[in-house]
Write a protein that binds this ligand. Structure first.
Ligand code: SDX
Length: 392
């Protein structure tokens, strides 16, 4: 009781909204998209199919999937004026800084898809964002590398197109490696949506005011960038590389347990999962597939496996129910494929865009939807009178 009002401790629900897209049981380590377990989707489905499922609520028929993929494919090109927008960035700008800027700049284009009260325009905006994120991310990589941008090649898959735009060069043909394409497509599925995480809540709050959809997604990218959220995949690989060899793991585990040390095991722990993140399970299996296919011999995977084993058998982590999350292994795979650590969160944003737009559409299409307005527990001074300067 702060003298101003009594805080009702009985207010137990922390639910910020109702949603039918994704269900998480943090204690059991369950993640469902429209009722389908993430493990089955990761194994059996494709990112385009999961995108359709999140947007429309049901798995598509063959024709529906073909038509959806056709639509997305034909939105992959970026307005040519946006290519010049990249020239305003320093070459060493972090790709997430570029993604924030370029996606925000989309709000100055594509005016035929910004009337949020028109369901058709909302769907066009959603398709454009899903389609253009790979192009925008690949261009951020090329700009940093000082290489020419590659236009999308509509004969390739969504993920194959992204790989070619990123790693291809105009001077020679680019062959998409099917194992890499499948692994990356599965990584996109694992990152597609995750209930009301910080960046999705940011998109919902920004969107609740009726703001331009492209600007709302730029807000989500900004939030995702943080190392406590999507930035953890970059931080986790940097941590694994710093550890370097298994004999140094105890030193880092001790630091993670030391309350006086701000260091935390990156890729470990979660606001909701108090059990193994089901996405981390699939991610670990995918490391083995990619390492075998690419004949990668990077000790960082062994360090990750031994770190996980030691942490999961340490009373501190057991008591606090800290398990690997989606970010623990993802960087190991992305690094093996050839992405620099600075691109890891940009790939997370690429994949999470479908979750952001699906959640945004779900919110905007609810006729009862109002502007978000979180309240606070006021802890400042009670009312008092102004003191003139000569009396202070
Ligand atoms: C993502 O929300 C989502 O869904 C996010 C996400 C998505 O798909 O959108 O799943 C993606 O963001 C995954 C999380 C990525 N972040 C990291 O891996 C960064 C490292 N993890 C931590 O910073 C931390 O675990 C958080 C931020 C994820 C959660 O922090 P909390 O809310 O403090 O976790 P908690 O309440 O469960 O912590 C319980 C205790 C605390 O200690 P005490 O206050 O009880 O003494 O465990 C400690 C924490 O300090 N703790 C850790 C730790 N994570 C929590 N100690 C060491 N290492 C860690 N990684």
């Amino acid at each position: 009781d702060t003298g101003m009002f009594t805080y009702d401790p009985g207010f137990t629900s922390t639910a910020s909204c109702e949603s039918a897209l994704t269900y998480i049981d943090g204690d059991e380590g369950v993640l469902l998209h429209r009722g389908y377990p993430i493990g089955q989707l990761a194994e059996e489905s494709s990112f385009m199919e999961v995108s359709y499922l999140l947007l429309n609520g049901e798995l598509p028929s063959a024709k529906e999937l073909h038509d959806f993929t056709h639509t997305i494919t034909r939105h992959t090109m970026l307005h040519e004026q946006l290519a010049t927008f990249y020239r305003g960035f320093r070459r060493d700008a972090h790709p997430m800084a570029v993604m924030c800027g370029v996606v925000g700049a989309l709000s100055a284009f594509y005016h035929d898809s910004t009337d949020i009260n028109d369901p058709h325009q909302r769907m066009i905006a959603s398709h454009r964002l899903i389609a253009k994120m790979p192009t925008i991310a690949a261009m951020a990589y090329k700009y940093a590398a000082g290489q020419p941008f590659l236009y999308p090649d509509n004969s390739l898959s969504y993920t194959g197109n992204f790989l070619r735009m990123t790693f291809g060069v105009p001077a020679e043909p680019y062959e998409v490696n099917p194992v890499v394409e499948k692994a990356l497509d599965r990584i996109f599925i694992l990152h597609a949506d995750h209930e009301q995480n910080a960046s999705t809540s940011t998109v919902r709050l920004a969107g609740s005011s009726g703001a331009n959809p492209f600007a709302c997604i730029a807000a989500g990218i900004a939030c995702l960038w943080g190392p406590a959220h999507g930035g953890a995949n970059e931080a986790a690989l940097n941590m694994l590389r710093e550890i370097g060899t298994p004999d140094r793991i105890p030193e880092f585990i001790a630091r993670a347990k030391d309350k006086n040390d701000p260091f935390r095991l990156m890729g470990f722990g979660h606001r909701v999962y108090k059990n193994y993140d089901p996405r981390a399970t699939v991610m670990q299996q995918t490391v083995r597939e990619v390492f075998d296919a690419l004949k990668v011999n990077d000790p960082v995977f062994d360090v990750a496996l031994q770190l996980e084993h030691m942490a999961l058998n340490d009373p501190y982590f057991i008591d606090k129910k800290l398990f690997p999350n989606v970010d623990f292994y993802s960087g190991v795979i992305l690094s093996a494929i050839g992405f620099p650590t600075t691109m890891f969160t940009a790939l997370f944003a690429l994949a999470r865009t479908v979750g952001w737009v699906a959640q945004w559409n779900e919110m905007i299409s609810d006729p009862a939807q109002k502007i978000g307005r979180p309240r606070q527990l006021y802890t400042g001074p009670t009312q008092r009178d102004y003191v003139p300067l000569d009396k202070r």
